[in-house]
Design a protein around this ligand. Structure first.
Ligand code: SAH
Length: 257
């Protein structure tokens, strides 16, 4: 999958993409990342990419011409791939959206700065606006890296672990179970006995129960009864002894008795 990044600060990407999983994914040709400096498409002597807003007010606005020229020269006119603007006004990034985008062959990502981009870029060039959360940052560069990393983890061959991202939080509709590593006892705090038992059926069951438990406690909004697996009702009944279950789970369990 190819990501084309359009920014006035393209140099910020290199240090991050040359580390860890993105670096490996680049080396293994799971992904390709190209960075473009929007300034290269500014036609005036000073390579101006921003100007003051019509109607007055503070701040600067990114001019449309260099953005259109850059995207159209690289991606075609009209562009052959989705053109995404990172923006706090876009649809919120989540696992489902990352998964959906992971099926694209390539994406063009526009990183805004200042007050944002001229609205005509949104009206006539951008096909999708994506936000990484309900807060405002100073530029779209970090959001673009976040989007790339979230998508790349889902691509076959990107993670060293053969089970890949399938156990990770959100992939299964649940938060992932807790992890422990050596030492088995640290400051008197012991790793749950079952994890040391070598009994994989019991370990799987314990992990599933913990995933159900933390999702119910921390993110009940994610909980989807339709995604429950065989055996989950039994685990939920056990959990009823440990925690106060939300009403919808009680109803669900009640309905099954
Ligand atoms: N004035 C704008 C915010 C501009 S922030 C408004 O109020 O909506 C400058 C740039 O940072 C944006 O163009 C966008 O590319 C990026 N950005 C800021 N916050 C973001 C977020 N939560 N998600 C994605 N991109 C964001």
């Amino acid at each position: 999958m190819r990501f084309d990044l359009f920014s006035i600060f393209p140099e910020v990407f290199d240090p991050y993409i040359n580390l860890s999983i993105l670096k490996k994914a680049l080396e293994n040709q799971v992904i390709e990342i190209r960075t473009f400096d929007i300034r290269d498409w500014a036609t005036d002597k000073h390579h101006t990419t921003d100007d003051t807003p019509f109607g007055g007010g503070g701040g600067m606005v990114m001019k449309p011409e260099p953005i259109f020229s850059a995207i159209e020269e690289i991606e075609g006119r009209p562009p052959a791939c989705p053109v995404i603007l990172l923006s706090p006004q876009g649809e919120l990034l989540n696992h489902q959206l990352a998964e959906e985008l992971s099926h694209e062959e390539s994406l063009a990502l526009i990183c805004g700065r200042y007050e944002g981009v001229d609205e005509r870029v949104l009206e006539h060039l951008v096909t999708r606006e994506i936000s990484i959360g309900d807060y405002v940052l100073s530029g779209g560069e970090l959001p673009a890296l976040i989007l790339i990393e979230a998508i790349t983890r889902l691509l076959p061959g990107a993670l060293g672990d053969p089970t890949g991202a399938s156990d990770d939080s959100f992939a299964s509709g649940l938060l992932e179970y807790p992890h422990y590593t050596r030492p088995a006892e640290f400051r008197g705090w012991k790793v749950p006995e079952v994890l040391l038992s070598g009994n994989h059926r019991e370990i799987d069951s314990w992990r599933r129960k913990q995933a159900l438990k933390r999702t119910l406690l921390q993110r009940p909004d994610l909980f989807d009864l339709r995604k429950l697996a065989k055996g989950d009702s039994k685990l939920l009944l056990e959990l009823a002894e440990e925690i106060e279950l939300p009403a919808f789970i009680k109803n669900f369990l009640g309905g099954r008795e």
